[in-house]
Design a protein around this ligand. Structure first.
Ligand SMILES: C[S@@+](CC[C@H](N)C(=O)[O-])C[C@H]1O[C@@H](n2cnc3c(N)ncnc32)[C@H](O)[C@@H]1O
Length: 336
């Protein structure tokens, strides 16, 4: 199988191939912004073979620094033998770590309690849901192919989370309402929204980007409901509105802003922006009105002219890629 970049991810998704593993450096780069959230908390990594997962290793090694109460990782039984589990995972296991008991500043084997699950460790199983209920914060890279269900379960059980997902998930009809209602936002993210994951899939990234034993995936992001500074930072705007530069759509009552950096600071109405805008979204500065109807029926919050019969936004008949509709918060309408 030849894989790499978005093509690789799409093929992986099609084949429901979810076996790629997050690097420690990427976990550290993101987690450093969240330290204040972890004191006294039970952390769960519920898509993580503890023998392989850098999430589990990161939290064991930083247990005292973060002041954690408990760390739990559940392993999903691999259905096929692969490079990583090598078929050893006959029954799914979970592991619990409660800190450095003997004070030798090392994670010793006898400090990690290994237990067997009755089932295969599916995050949707009753026993895994019980474990989830005991947790405060879930941190992992879940299977992209089950992202909708995975997030729905976290929200249903009112859990805090910090998880990796694909950028396209922002406008999934099951996910977008969480963004719109401020139940979820984007974390700090990966450089250029691309990351290398350890994987058995063969990578075809260009020579400069290729890394042995890794797959490069573009459009990856961190999704969270933990409050972070970034979320309250104002996105600096420098452009003034002009009708020539920001045309109205044929079929939506909004103007097209093809680059988030160009959002005019002095336009009071609805503006269509690319989904990457979510990376700049500050709820004190902007309001999310909705998204194009191509993402979900009724998503545009009344901006769509249904007589057009075209769900994608168009300008002079030309279709525009999916858009999120935003407007300035009232007090932000006239910025300097
Ligand atoms: C993208 S990988 C990431 C693995 C690990 N969290 C990491 O970041 O290194 C997703 C993992 O979810 C596991 N998985 C797939 N389906 C699952 C399910 N229904 N319940 C729990 N885990 C599942 C896969 O075996 C795979 O290891």
């Amino acid at each position: 199988m030849v894989m790499g970049d978005t093509a690789g991810l799409n093929a992986a998704k099609k084949a429901k191939k979810d076996e790629f593993y997050t690097q420690r450096v990427d976990i550290e780069n993101e987690l450093r912004h969240y330290k204040s959230h972890f004191k006294g908390k039970v952390v769960l990594c519920n898509c993580d073979d503890p023998r392989e997962s850098e999430f589990f290793k990161y939290f064991t090694e930083n247990f005292e620094k973060l002041g954690l109460k408990r760390l739990v990782a559940t392993c999903y039984k691999s259905q096929d033998v692969d490079l990583f589990s090598q078929g050893e995972c006959e029954r799914a296991v979970y592991q619990i770590y409660e800190g450095d008991k003997n004070g030798n500043l090392t994670v010793d084997d006898d400090e990690v309690s290994v237990r067997y699950l009755k089932g295969d460790g599916d995050f949707r199983s009753a026993e895994c849901i019980e474990i989830l209920k005991q947790a405060d914060i879930v941190v992992t890279n879940p299977p992209f192919s089950l992202f909708r269900e995975y997030v729905a379960q976290l929200v249903r059980l009112d859990k805090k989370f910090l998880i990796i997902g694909n950028q396209n998930a922002i406008t999934y009809k099951e996910i977008f309402p969480f963004f719109k209602n401020d139940k979820m936002w984007l974390g700090f993210g990966f450089k250029g929204n691309a990351a290398h994951f350890r994987s058995r899939y063969q990578d075809v990234a260009t020579a400069a980007d290729h890394r042995d034993g890794m797959i490069r995936v573009s459009g990856v992001m961190w999704f969270t409901n933990l409050d972070i500074k970034k979320r309250h930072e104002r996105f600096p705007l420098y452009k003034s509105y002009s009708p020539d530069e920001f045309p109205k759509y044929d079929n939506y009552d909004a103007i097209e802003v093809s680059k988030s950096a160009d959002i005019p600071y002095d336009y009071d109405g609805a503006m269509g922006v690319p989904i990457t805008f979510m990376d700049k979204y500050n709820p004190e500065q902007f309001e999310i009105i909705g998204a194009t109807e191509s993402e979900g029926k009724g998503f545009s919050g009344g901006l769509w002219d249904s007589n057009s019969g075209v769900a994608q936004a168009t300008i002079n008949g030309n279709r525009v890629y999916k858009r999120i509709f935003i407007r300035h918060r009232k007090e932000e309408g006239k910025q300097s």
